[in-house]
Design a binder for this molecule. Structure first.
Ligand code: ZN
Length: 277
C-alpha cells in the first residue's frame, strides 16, 4: 500500500503573465480564494509567490503575511510554503519574509539557466538561506532544477544546514534546464533513495509537461504538484479554468493509480511537519 499523495498547488508564480490566463490569482483576496477552492479539491500544500499592485513579483512581507493569514483561517491544516525564487527579486529580498515562519519555503541548491536568464544561487547564498530556514524552523522544499543540486542537497544535510529527512522537488520542462523525461526522474528518485534515505519527493512539469509528470510521479510513488504557476492550459486548445480544476484532475488521477489523496493531517505527517496549531 503506497502512501497517500500530497497534492501541492502552485497558485500564482512570478512571471507576469496574467494576460496568458486571467484565472491566475494576483490580489491577496484572489490568492486566498483560489487556494481555498484548491484545498476543497484536495490540495494540502500551497506554494506562494506574491505580487505588488503592478502585478510584478514581490517580496513584500505584508503581502505574504496577509496571504498566510487568510489561508490559515480558511484552509485548516494546509501547509503554507513561501517561494524564495529569484525572478524579479534581489537576492537579499528573497528570504526577507521568512521571519513569518511559514511551514515550508522553497530552496534551490544551485544555479541554472532559465529560458532567458540565469537563476543565480551561489553556494554562500544557498547556505545563508538554508540557515535562515533552519533558524525559523521552516522545512525547505529543495528545488532540483539540475542534477548537481541533488548531490548539493546531500552535502547540506551532512553539514546540518538541512534537517533529515529532506523533501525535494524535481522540476522538468524549463527551457535550458532538465527536459521532461521519465528516465531522468526514475534515475533521480533512485539516487535520492541512495544518498538521502527516507527523503520524500514530488515533481513538477512545466507547461505541457505538467500532466505527464503527474502520471510518472504517481507511478513512481511520489507526491504531485500542479497549478497555474507551472501551466496555464487545460489541454492544447483550452485554458485551465482555475487552480482548483487542475487540482481536481490530479485527485482523480490518484484514484486511477490507487493512491489516496492525503488529508491535511496526513500531509503534515508524511512531510514530517508538526500538526497544525
Ligand atoms: Zn514558484
Amino acid at each position: 500500500m503506497q502512501d497517500p499523495c500530497v497534492i501541492s498547488v502552485a497558485i500564482t508564480g512570478s512571471i507576469p503573465r496574467k494576460k496568458d490566463n486571467p484565472a491566475i490569482p494576483i490580489s491577496v483576496a484572489e490568492q486566498i480564494e483560489s487556494t481555498h477552492a484548491s484545498y476543497e479539491a484536495g490540495a494540502t500544500l500551497v506554494h506562494v509567490h506574491v505580487r505588488d499592485d503592478q502585478e510584478n513579483s514581490s517580496s513584500d512581507p505584508e503581502r505574504f503575511a496577509a496571504v498566510q493569514e487568510g489561508i490559515r483561517k480558511h484552509c485548516p491544516g494546509m501547509i503554507v510554503q513561501f517561494s524564495t525564487g529569484g525572478r524579479g527579486r534581489e537576492p537579499e529580498q528573497r528570504g526577507a519574509m521568512l521571519y513569518l515562519r511559514p511551514d515550508m519555503a522553497s530552496l534551490a541548491t544551485g544555479s541554472v539557466n532559465f529560458p532567458t536568464t540565469v537563476y543565480e544561487n551561489p553556494p554562500g547564498f544557498v547556505r545563508a538561506l538554508a540557515a535562515t530556514m533552519r533558524d525559523f524552523d521552516i522545512k525547505p522544499e529543495i528545488e532540483i532544477f539540475d542534477l548537481a543540486m541533488l548531490y548539493n542537497t546531500a552535502e547540506l544535510v551532512r553539514e546540518g544546514l538541512i534537517a533529515a529527512p529532506a523533501h525535494v522537488q524535481f522540476v522538468f520542462g524549463i527551457k535550458n534546464a532538465l527536459p521532461a523525461r521519465r528516465e531522468i526522474l526514475a534515475f533521480q528518485v533512485d539516487q535520492l533513495q541512495k544518498i538521502l534515505p527516507g527523503a520524500t519527493w514530488t515533481a513538477a512539469g512545466i507547461g505541457r509537461h505538467q500532466l505527464e509528470v503527474n502520471h510518472w510521479t504517481l507511478e513512481l510513488g511520489g507526491h504531485c504538484r500542479t497549478g497555474l504557476e507551472d501551466n496555464v492550459r487545460w489541454d492544447k486548445g483550452t485554458l485551465a479554468a482555475s487552480n482548483a480544476q487542475l487540482v481536481r484532475r490530479v485527485a482523480n488521477l490518484c484514484e486511477q493509480y490507487g493512491r489516496a489523496v492525503a488529508t491535511p493531517a496526513q500531509a503534515r505527517q508524511l512531510l514530517g511537519l508538526p500538526p497544525a496549531a
